[in-house]
Design a protein around this ligand. Structure first.
Ligand code: CA
Length: 482
């Protein structure tokens, strides 16, 4: 009897192998760059920076030409990506204060504990979860990645970091010896699950190495994985390896040359990650998402062409980012998806793929994307994507519905209306031709701003005082109600 039973078992296993693979939950890898401009990768139109690894993935997947972030700078955008909520209704429209500002009313706070992050949802559904790189959601223990749903954390808690250990370590050691407190977060040692580590590589290379480690470890385990590879590149300080700048020696602008070198290191890291996924035999069943947390800073070497302005602005250059999805046999290959999508959509999209349970009552501002991407339909027809950025005494505001965008970004100025499908550079103000359309969009934005709450923290004492003195947020200024 034994041989017959074995044959039966082998048959069952082989049948299950086919049937079960169709049901298998995918691994999910999010590669997030920091301040990467719209035109700073080959697949999105860069003519000077070469990104062959990213371009290959983008070409084999679906590229998004109208991908938005919820906020035009780092902290709020990242909090939205992981929480699935706009920053303003959550009270998080400002970056946390850096440790060096000595402003503990802000720097001791973080992403509200009431917000269940996508990392926690995936973890609870059986995923192994990892973050490598920049956190920027809070320094204190209750905000630590390891208690917010990440099994494995390698990186740094602040808003950025210097790149060359041989340069920043001696400064850190000198300041530590001198008893300086707090020491600037860009100098602090990296950590692995709460323990200081001695990182010796150029930071981008170190983060890529750890992403590869996480993939290798995870592939050995019988559970799917979620990796959030949160590069700080090409965010300032502009620090690139000589060999990465060498192919760009023809670029005269030293900032652009360094920036190009920093992007080259990311591209190399993505190549290493893809190799690791292939070698582990999990490449075919991994969704890779690549994007940036906000637009590029043009004064620091970035290029958002043809978009207007950049980081910090609610013009397209601040909030519209390069993005692709890659997943063989599932995400359409070689496609350009032009409908508006948002990094807010990651949460429901990933929860869907993981067949994970979202906690009852969890507020989400995004929509699950994958079916819409496959069908090439808008996932949010008729619904808007918004952006607000508080300035000194007023707030820049914008909202896009389908092809149309309304924007108000100058104190005392007028609302403008653009068809950002045809006019992504926002050159041709159509508010006079379509006043009713503008009023519809303004009404939608106004309803949304009514959901906002007071900021939980400010980036600096001056910002906090300015907010009070100016009786912010003063949304009525934008809508002409006073
Ligand atoms: Ca950023």
């Amino acid at each position: 009897m034994r041989p017959i039973i074995s044959k039966t078992l082998i048959y069952l296993i082989s049948v299950c192998g086919v049937a079960c693979s169709a049901e298998e939950r995918p691994n999910i890898v999010v590669i997030l760059c920091d301040d990467l401009g719209y035109a700073d990768v080959g697949f999105n139109g860069s003519t000077d920076i070469q990104t062959p690894e990213l371009d290959e993935l983008a070409a084999a997947g679906t590229r998004f030409s109208s991908a938005y972030v919820s906020h035009p700078f780092c902290g709020p955008s990242r909090m939205s990506l992981l929480s699935g909520r706009y920053p303003h209704p959550m009270g998080t429209p400002y970056n946390l204060a850096p440790l060096s500002y000595d402003f503990p009313e802000s720097s001791t706070l973080g992403i509200p504990e009431s917000e269940v992050l996508i990392s926690k949802v995936l973890q609870q559904s059986g995923y192994r979860t990892g973050i490598v790189g920049k956190w920027h959601l809070g320094f204190e223990p209750q905000y630590h990645p390891n208690v917010r749903g990440f099994d494995d954390f390698y990186g740094f808690l602040g808003g950025g970091h210097f790149y060359f250990p041989e340069k920043y370590k001696p400064i850190y050691e000198r300041q530590k010896k001198a008893g300086k407190s707090p020491i600037e977060e860009y100098l602090l040692p990296l950590e692995h699950n709460g323990k200081e580590v001695d990182e010796t590589e150029y930071i981008t290379d170190g983060l890529s190495r750890e992403a590869v480690r996480f993939v290798k470890e995870s592939a050995e385990m019988e559970q799917p994985f979620f990796l959030y590879l949160s590069y700080n590149a090409p965010h300032s300080p502009l620090e690139a390896k000589e060999e990465d700048m060498e192919p760009y020696r023809h670029i005269k602008d030293i900032k652009r040359r360094k920036y190009a070198g920093m992007v080259a290191a990311v591209d190399r890291g993505v190549g290493e990650l893809v190799d690791a996924l292939r070698e582990a035999g999990v490449f075919e069943n991994t969704l890779i998402v690549f994007t940036s947390d906000n637009g590029g800073k043009t004064t620091l070497g970035a290029n958002n062409a043809p978009l207007k302005k950049g980081k910090g602005s609610v013009s397209e250059g601040g909030i519209r980012v390069p993005m692709f999805f890659h997943w063989p046999k599932v995400v359409p290959s070689g496609q350009l998806f032009e409908h508006p999508v948002s990094t807010l959509d990651f949460y429901p999209t990933f929860a869907d793929l993981a067949r994970a349970e979202i906690p009852a009552g969890k507020l989400l501002d995004g929509v699950a994307l994958l079916d819409a991407v496959k069908k090439r339909e808008s996932p949010r027809r008729g619904d808007m994507v918004y952006a607000v950025r508080h300035r000194d005494g007023f707030s820049e505001i914008s909202g896009r519905r389908d092809s149309w965008k309304a924007i108000w970004d100058t104190k005392g100025g007028s609302w403008r209306l653009y068809n950002v499908d045809k006019d992504m550079a926002e050159k041709n103000d159509l508010s006079a031709q379509y006043p009713e359309r503008l009023e519809e969009l303004k009404a939608g934005i106004r309803r949304w701003t009514a959901t906002h709450t007071q900021p939980l923290w400010f980036h600096s004492v001056q910002e906090m005082e300015g907010w009070k003195e100016n009786e912010m947020p003063r949304y009525d200024d934008a809508f002409g109600a006073n």
